[in-house]
Design a protein around this ligand. Structure first.
Ligand code: MLT
Length: 214
């Protein structure tokens, strides 16, 4: 059941089998807090899940921040919403008692862009990230320290919404800040494929044991 407190409609699913990881699931435009839960369960079956619904409405379609046009972001709103979501994560960790040093973001499209923004503005908050169909949220004035943060990115070279060179720039930006980026390309469009979910799951299985107890 979705909850409507801590400022965001959201779902929280407790961890199983003693996992320390919490997945922060961030949906795409028009999605909601339920959308990515099956994906989260696939990626990290034992992890807790925190899945908020974006608070911005674009003609009724929930998003995590405003945009002026497709791929043109309202920078002020993006920064505000990123801080707001970071605060929600902090408050959720107190309410639900999860370890916020073991937070793994997994986002699709608009949600992946917000996850990238959170890495740039709150570099200590996200321990690892899976970014499906992501682009540069903004150019940071201060380079964040993302040393040792593993990031899996999956992109489609025929994506009409996310220009491939923009995804490439984001990968370079994160890498230039110290992140360990694994960027995978497929001959596909904006929609996510089963194969990519499988690759992300394999990547998770390699990366999570670095900081999970189970
Ligand atoms: C965005 O606005 O974050 C991007 O255009 C991606 C999207 O919304 O699907």
């Amino acid at each position: 059941m979705s909850e409507n407190d801590l400022g965001f409609v959201h779902r929280f699913v407790p961890a199983e089998n003693g996992s320390d990881i919490t997945l922060l699931l961030l949906h795409g435009t028009g999605g909601n807090e339920e959308d990515l839960i099956p994906l989260g369960k696939e990626l990290a079956p034992n992890a807790a899940i925190l899945s908020p619904r974006g608070k911005v409405s674009e003609g009724g379609a929930p998003r995590f921040f405003r945009r002026l046009a497709e791929g043109v972001f309202d920078n002020e709103d993006l920064v505000f919403r990123t801080h707001e979501l970071a605060e929600f994560v902090e408050n959720s960790s107190e309410k639900y008692g999860f370890d916020k040093t073991k937070l793994v973001a997994a986002g699709y499209s608009n949600g992946a862009n917000l996850a990238a923004s959170m890495m740039l503005l709150h570099p200590g908050l996200i321990r690892a990230a899976v970014l499906f169909r992501s682009m540069v949220p903004f150019e940071p004035e201060v380079k964040p320290d993302l040393s040792g943060i593993p990031v899996f990115m999956a992109a489609g070279n025929r994506d009409q919404m996310i220009p491939p060179d923009n995804t490439q720039t984001l990968a370079e930006m994160l890498e230039g800040s110290g992140a360990e980026v694994e960027l995978r390309w497929r001959d596909t469009g904006h929609a996510l494929t089963y194969e990519e979910v499988g690759e992300a799951k394999e990547w998770m299985a390699k990366v999570l044991p670095r900081f999970d107890r189970v």
